[in-house]
Design a protein around this ligand. Sequence first.
Ligand SMILES: [Zn+2]
Length: 266
Amino acid sequence: MRSRGRPDGAGLRILFYHRVSDDDDALAVSPRRFREQMELLASSGYEVVDLAAAVDLLELGLSPPRVVALNFDDGYRDVAENALPVLERLGFRATVFLPTGVIEGTASFPWYERQPPMLGWDEVVELDRGGTLRFEPHTVTHPNLLLLDDAASRREIAQSKLDLEAMLARPAESFCYPAGLFGERERRFVAESGFRAAVSCEPGVNLPGGDPLRLRRRQIDPADRLLDFRAKVGGGHDTPLPLRGIYRRLRYGEGTPQRPPAAAVR
Ligand SMILES: [Zn+2]
């Protein structure tokens, strides 16, 4: 959608990360960059909320200009070690999406030779009570849901909700499609499982009255400098030309490819 030249078009934005670590990993934003990004939000007057609060606002018909929601996918331990202290200091909140079988230790991520440490259930329960991080399900084994038959796809979605609810003794409300891959079938299973909201990996803004089971999010990548981050928060990445063209010239210089390098999404 056009923002008529304003860098911050209307609509509620959701930013997502995976890891916050100095490890050489396409999914890891460095703790220094993460801290700078959060401090930029704080000094710019942003309120940073978890997904439940964002969905509350949208349901009330609101998308305040200086509110962004924050998500962390997959449940890496470095989020508690390196992101949580920053969030606590600034009074920010975030939602962490967990593949319950990976947390349990009965499944693992195929894209790692050596999987980074994950949060354990004890930590998840304690952190959820702490109030800064709120945990929600992200399937059981983190599959590509589109490749599964109906029963398996439904089970991945519904069982992860039951797993998390059993651990946290409260209802799970929001779901995260692994790698943002889903179709009408998955959206239906998510609705039938009783979720109130679900997030994709499609960039863009979320407007009141939009579909809460296909919320848009923007990934923050390891290579993002503050300029990139500011553009993602302000919508510079999902508005059409000329804003986007100006942004690309700033970021990649003249004569560079029209598309930035494909980012890792999990
Ligand atoms: Zn994931």
